[in-house]
Design a protein around this ligand. Structure first.
Ligand SMILES: [Zn+2]
Length: 387
């Protein structure tokens, strides 16, 4: 029987120490894809209670480049964010490009693209996956790149990340048992290579200057593969563990199963991170299951479309929130705040009528105010979960 949480509720109040400061768990990471949380200044993020942001390795590597960011003094200095930063490995974006290319191919040809036998390489238009790493082209300018587990670590060290993610293979949904099994074997082997390389590169750093290294549990919607992947990664030993390959198009109910399968194998004293999820009720469930860390595009993306999260009650039981579409005619003469229970700069200073006016006249301030509000909703949710 693995160590862990099996059989007990495991929402844990703890802190996570990083080289750029302490983060209170459970926490939500606003996404600064290209080194900026869309429409927000770092000071505004701090004001609404964000303690950490997430940067995307793939995007920063391609533009402006990790070497340039290193020369600028690292990502913290470059974007003027002094708090902790987590960077992903870059793999997810590379694979989602490949998956999109495959979908286009299937649509056109009604069949799967060529799978070459040599070295188990898969070729989806411009993305070629081998045991060594991934070859791909930048869809913007066609420039060719090679990403390996070691390269991903190098880029993230150049960025100055506080929490570094290992390179993994994230198969799209649906994927056959055989395909997912191959991905688990590769993910585990790559995680080990990352760990060896990371240890070598950081061996002269004092503990307080050292970033944390997190592994990613894959295994799709297959119980034994999730268990095996978690077990193998824990044997190698990391500072934290993420559940990957969720929110990739599988039925949302499957997420609960995935947590039930993988979490009992992960050590209770290490942080657990559910990647790319989710809606507020999904986050509540995941925290109750034992997850400590989240990132998701929902609050900012929904905000930019004028969909705002509103508190329905103070506790987190049942339907505790709703979303409104501010573009709706019914808000035209609504001279009260978006959410009377919210203390963000939108709700403190403006009415729904004003925000609707900004949206229908395409004023950029609309995007900024809506993003601030929705992120504050998510950060307040994490606060409530901590209580
Ligand atoms: Zn608000």
């Amino acid at each position: 029987m693995p160590k862990g949480i099996k059989g007990k509720k495991s929402a844990r109040i703890k802190i996570l120490k990083t080289k750029s400061g302490v983060i209170h768990t459970p926490f939500f990471m606003p996404i600064a894809t290209k080194g900026a949380v869309k429409n927000l200044m770092p000071a505004e993020l701090k004001e609404i209670g964000a303690e950490i942001v997430l940067g995307n390795t793939y995007h920063l590597w391609l533009r402006p480049g990790d070497e340039l960011i290193k020369k600028a003094g690292g990502l913290h200095k470059f974007m003027d964010w002094s708090g902790p930063i987590l960077t992903d490995s870059g793999g997810f974006q590379i694979f989602s490009l490949g998956a999109r290319a495959e979908q286009r191919f299937k649509k056109k040809n009604g069949a799967c693209p060529v799978k070459s036998a040599a070295g188990g390489a898969k070729l989806f238009n411009r993305v070629k996956l081998t045991d060594k790493g991934v070859y791909f082209s930048d869809p913007v300018d066609g420039k060719k790149y090679f990403m390996s587990p070691e390269k991903s670590i190098d880029i993230q060290l150049n960025l100055g990340s506080d929490i570094i993610m290992v390179l993994d293979e994230c198969p799209p949904f649906p994927a056959s048992y055989k395909e997912v099994k191959e991905a688990v074997v590769r993910t585990t082997a790559w995680a080990e290579r990352c760990k060896i390389y990371f240890d070598k590169k950081t061996k002269n750093l004092k503990n307080e200057k050292k970033p944390l290294l997190f592994a990613i549990v894959q295994g799709g919607v297959y119980k034994d593969l999730r268990e095996k992947c978690a077990e193998e990664l824990v044997k190698i030993g990391f500072d934290g563990y993420a559940i990957g390959g969720v929110a990739v198009g599988e039925p949302r109910e499957k997420m609960k199963d995935v947590l039930k399968w993988a979490l009992p194998f992960l050590p209770a004293d290490k942080p657990r991170y559910l990647m790319g999820l989710g809606r507020p009720d999904e986050i509540v469930h995941a925290v109750e299951s034992g997850i400590d860390m989240f990132d998701c595009v929902i609050p900012t993306r929904e905000g930019r479309h004028g969909r705002l999260f509103i508190w329905k009650k103070k506790n987190l039981q049942g339907k505790f929130y709703e979303t409104i579409n501010i573009n709706n005619e019914k808000h035209k003469k609504y001279f009260l705040p978006v959410d009377k229970n919210c203390k963000c700069s939108l709700c403190k200073n403006y009415t729904r009528a004003y925000l609707r006016h900004l949206f229908v006249t395409n004023e950029p301030l609309a995007l900024r105010l809506a993003s601030i509000h929705n992120l504050k909703f998510y950060l307040d949710l994490m606060n409530k979960l901590r209580d």
